[in-house]
Design a binder for this molecule. Structure first.
Ligand code: AFP
Length: 344
């Protein structure tokens, strides 16, 4: 077996130090990003070892959304919290697995900016029992520069305010994908050096695609603009698009977004009338916002169908939102179909 020397790749720690020197990220953020990346490599190990460590299967508990928690959801949440709690610039955190936001107890320092971390520690966990792809998603917001006690209201910032976002994917390889608003960079975990190294610099999503991802079993619940879009894709070369499309569905947003970053595509979890009281399935603050930041930084686009996802003002930290994101020309087409339906 031939090994390619990983020394030719820049390590995440050096990448962050360079970015801070070039003022592409505040120096204070480095420790937080490194701690999140450390947590992700530990979560990758926990996922891999789940069956041996007695961590596979259900936790026999539910999260705030009423969804059955897997043991690894709980383990991953504990790993992430344990890794970041001591980071002095972190004032508070919110997680899919925690009912309420939690404060770290760190006081505001006049010298460095403070941050809030929002995360889904293990996205796509229904894939665990089939050894399918799972991941972690995170978003960083600036905390107000105040000595006052913070609460949930400080987390309720639209996605355009994010200072950093990323995800880790636990698949054939473990990758850490990051944006601080200067494009999107992908790092692969190198087991030999036990570190993430830059393998996919400045990722760009092709503006065109012939691949879409949607849970087709929900078709009867969709609104007409989404039905029209998918109908036209499925009609292929003999339909109005005059070209054949391909469809993928992995049931893990991390895996779908990663595929789109690598080769283009469009991902939809749109508004539907399955549960009319819910705006959508995916969570705004720790799923849709960070993924939208990444997709837009890579040249793609994201929308609810009515407005840019990152302009939605959150009402609460676990809020849901309709999601359409990916290759720019397809998202623009979907927006046009929504506009035409609204004008009819
Ligand atoms: P789980 O983490 O509960 O498996 O949910 C994953 C997810 O939130 C998102 O990552 C997928 O895109 C979506 O749900 C899959 O939903 P379906 O169950 O409708 O396929």
């Amino acid at each position: 077996m031939t090994h390619i020397a990983t020394t030719k790749y820049i390590a995440l720690s050096s990448f962050l130090a360079n970015a801070a020197r070039d003022e592409r990220i505040p120096a204070g953020l480095i420790k937080l990003i490194e701690s999140v990346a450390d947590a992700c490599s530990s979560i990758a190990t926990a996922v891999e070892r789940g069956v041996f460590d007695g961590a596979s299967g259900n936790a026999h508990s539910e999260n705030i959304h009423g969804e059955a928690q897997k043991k690894l959801d709980v383990v991953s949440n504990d790993i992430m919290m344990g890794a970041v709690e001591s980071v002095s610039c972190l004032r508070g955190l919110a997680s899919e697995e925690l009912e309420s936001v939690q404060m770290t107890g760190h006081e505001h320092s006049a010298d460095t900016p403070d941050y809030l971390l929002l995360f889904d520690p293990l996205d796509g966990s229904s894939n665990l029992e089939i050894s399918g792809i799972v991941g972690s998603i995170f978003s960083v917001l600036a905390a107000p520069a105040t000595d006052a006690v913070l609460d949930e209201s400080h987390f309720l910032q639209p996605g355009v305010k994010q200072v950093c976002a990323g995800y880790a994917i636990y698949g054939a390889t473990t990758m850490f994908v990051l944006t601080t608003g200067y494009g999107v960079d992908g790092f692969t975990f190198d087991g030999e050096s036990a570190s993430f190294v830059l393998t996919h610099p400045q990722l760009q999503i092709p503006e065109n695609t012939r691949e879409f991802a949607i849970n087709m079993s929900n078709e009867r619940y969709w609104e007409e603009p989404v039905r029209r879009y998918v109908r036209e894709c499925v009609a292929g070369a003999s339909g109005p698009r005059q070209t054949n499309f391909n469809m993928r569905w992995i049931a893990s947003m991390v895996a779908e977004v990663h595929r789109i970053l690598m080769r283009g595509g469009v991902f939809l979890y749109p508004r539907d009338n399955k549960n009319p009281q819910l705006a959508g399935r995916l969570r705004l603050t720790y799923e849709a916002n960070p993924m939208s930041f990444i997709v837009e930084q890579a040249g793609g686009m994201s929308t609810t169908g009515e407005m840019p996802i990152m302009e939605v003002q959150p009402d609460h930290v676990h809020q849901r939102v309709p999601v359409i994101l990916g290759s720019r020309l397809e998202v623009e087409r979907l927006l046009r179909y929504h506009d035409e339906a609204a004008a009819a």
